[in-house]
Design a protein around this ligand. Sequence first.
Ligand code: SF4
Length: 324
Amino acid sequence: MTHLLEVQDLVVKFGLRSGDLTALNGINFTLNPGERMGLVGESGAGKSVAGFSIINLISRPGFIASGRVLFEGEEISAYPLEQMRGIRGNRISMIFQDPMMTLNPVLTIGTQMVETIQAHNQVSAAHAREIALEKLQKVYISSPGKRLGQYPHELSGGMRQRVVIAISLLTNPSLIIADEPTTALDVTIQAEVMALLLELCKHEHMGLILITHDLGVVSQVTEKIAVMYAGRIVEQGPTAGIVTNPRHPYTKGLIQALPQGGGGRGRLHQIPGMMPNLTSIPPGCAFHPRCEHAMDICQREAPPLFGDSENSGLVACHLYSQSR
Ligand code: SF4
């Protein structure tokens, strides 16, 4: 079976006067049609760079230094900008954290949706309006006809994000990349929006890459996870296995930092230290200054990913290389 998406040894750098900084250091993963995957990690882990580089949306001075991205069997990382525009917002849609990054504040929701539909399909304005209405109904927005005539500022944050999700559906994409889609919303609305995304992905058989720092959200929505640290994937595999039996000390720390991870009692666990800056990534295992299990080898050698991607999953940690 052709994968929906295949990311092979992807390296992204930022060219600075002082030299190139590596933001993404050789990541690999695949996604099947209709499959949902979480890219997880703290700020600066490289998860958004990974998501944006799939559709070559890395702004200068960032650039893809090596590696390939294949979408439905086509090597889209080799596409020129014009050809890539035909993929973005069409076969691959993006949902951003802040709906106002997608919505134009001076145009009504209806105008924006009709323009998007007509940019991709040769249909009349009346037909485009019918499609827009149908998509707003799909995201369970109240009074969808009225919303078409409203401006973004007239809607609540949760409603705006529903509109953005409806816009992302306009071209019937086969993949949605959602970058922290609920971070700007309050907790109850977050849960509603995530449940909606899950339902739509299942119903429309769309693949999903969910970029988030929240392992709790990922565990409810995705089937597999890649945990990122300092531009590398440090653990990846089936969601259920990683959440119930994490192996990398960083993944364990992220899970213990969840309210339910600490058993709901006392103070939340905190991973000591900070994610390193791109300019000062420690040698060896980049996590070693924060790791309570660090050994001498950890300071010298970066561990490769060990294991089996389909079953127990892969983990980049010398603890597992020694036990093999
Ligand atoms: Fe900790 Fe070493 Fe494993 Fe890195 S390789 S996570 S420092 S034990």
